[in-house]
Design a protein around this ligand. Sequence first.
Ligand code: N01
Length: 538
Amino acid sequence: MSTVSGVVKAEAKHFDVIVVGAGVGGLYALHRARRLGLNVQLFEAGGDVGGTWYWNNYPGARVDVPSFEYSFSFDSELEQEWRWSERYSAQPELLSYIHHVVERYDLRSSIEFNTWVTSAVYDSKAMVWTVETEGGKSVVTRSLIMATGPLSVPVYPKLIGMDRFKGESVHTGRWATEGVDVTGKRVAVIGTGSSGAQIAPELAKAAGKLYMLQRSPAYSVPSQNRALTEEEVTSLKANYAAIRQKARRNRSCLGVDVGNQSALEVGAAEREAIYQARWNEGGLGFSAAFNDIYSDVNANNTAAEFVRQKIKGIVADPETARKLLPDSLIGCKRLCVDNGYFEMFNRDNVQLIDISENPIKELNETGIVLEDGEIPIDVIVYATGFDAITGSLLNMDIQGRDGISLKQAWSDGPMTYLGLAVQGFPNLFMVNGPGSPAGLANMVALAEENVSWIMSCLDHMKKQQVKAIEPTAEAQFEWAKIINAMSEASIYPLANSWYVGSNVPGKPRMFMSHMDYPNYVKACRDSANAGYSGFELS
Ligand code: N01
């Protein structure tokens, strides 16, 4: 321990900034902190860089927004030298891009891998944090940047007999360390969210038999993925600035064309044609076809019904198609973007098992015991999601001023100001944190925006000789009101999803994200321009 009752031990190494997480947010934070001349170190739990794209290297893993938008914008030379090969790049290409960035800006030497941060304790007197790792390392830092990822802590179902099962088990979010070869094997995929919808069609190609265990049917739209042509790449590179600018005006910070009319104010034939065009185009733009899909249940149902008809048209067996039809709101649990998910059910070696009708009783040594009998299984793939947005922060023991833990502070749900900082936790900054548009907006763009804000703040603190900054309780309260008002004006909270934390038993139900990227950015910048209004500087 480096802090004993809040007293910092002298021998611990001191830093200006510790960054946690070597995904896109953490890597950019490292780069910018170095450029500011700060003494910075990055701790990463995984064996290499990449964050999400390191851990989720399962077959079929792919970005669900266009690759060229899911890229850094801070350096036009980087934009020009990197060539995206596909519209929605697969995990290996995304990881290569991240490796390229790491080498290009020579970031590796400041990263310590296989280093889990277990705790961070604030010393109010010295105004520093002591950060400890699983390996017993202890360092002291003035500032702490948590870039630990909004979707990085896997959630496993609690099934009787999980420890008895003698076959192989793997979570999609831990494929990097647990991945398996399924060739010729009997495979069960549990979970039909984005991960399940992506991995299953790939596994089905290699597996002897694939059982898709579905608790709730998912809405999914085709990616219509394809290779980018030379002409497209040339045009993208020539227009990056305009592309980014257009995206930044959208609530999602993506360059989709958002429909400017209600789904209910057009005739049925016109509506159908608009959905069909979006379906043909592929990707998440489908749910931007009209401006009220996320605010009006009836409008939402027109999009949902279109997808239900598509499922019936694609899936040959009527009984399987029936089971695959969702009756929930579309998009309020993130819409899946797939490459042949529904088509997969037409394969002879794929069987859908509806565990809402035929529940899992338990696992035994050789397989899964359902209500109506046992299926022998060699490999179980848990595509059961993540403890989103707050999970990776609450996984660590973070103790702020006066010994208050983040777990205590957030026992009723996360409270932040601007999604960047928390009252009582000075100099602790978050990237893609709760209260930011995490999960709803382009994650790379948001990470860049968050990091730029944090770096300007650190620069300001250095110049003004400010040692600590934290939000006021009032600012935090007002921010929560804004998030609540947005969420109430939408229909998102009506659905169960990781957006509201309902996928984790016991987690407070609360919509955790800001819904409007441009307004979010404006609020962050307004605060900074006003000398960090809403914060206390000491
Ligand atoms: O997780 P999810 P995910 N028994 O929470 C089921 C991003 N992402 O990893 O709906 C049985 O969406 C659960 O069932 P139900 C993306 O933002 C992006 O798929 O709760 N089933 C559901 O079907 C995404 O939204 C990509 O009834 C259980 C599934 O598991 C986010 O990550 C790819 C269960 C979990 O779905 C999370 O996606 C992958 C249980 N006990 C991920 N517990 C791209 O395309 C849960 N389930 C870029």
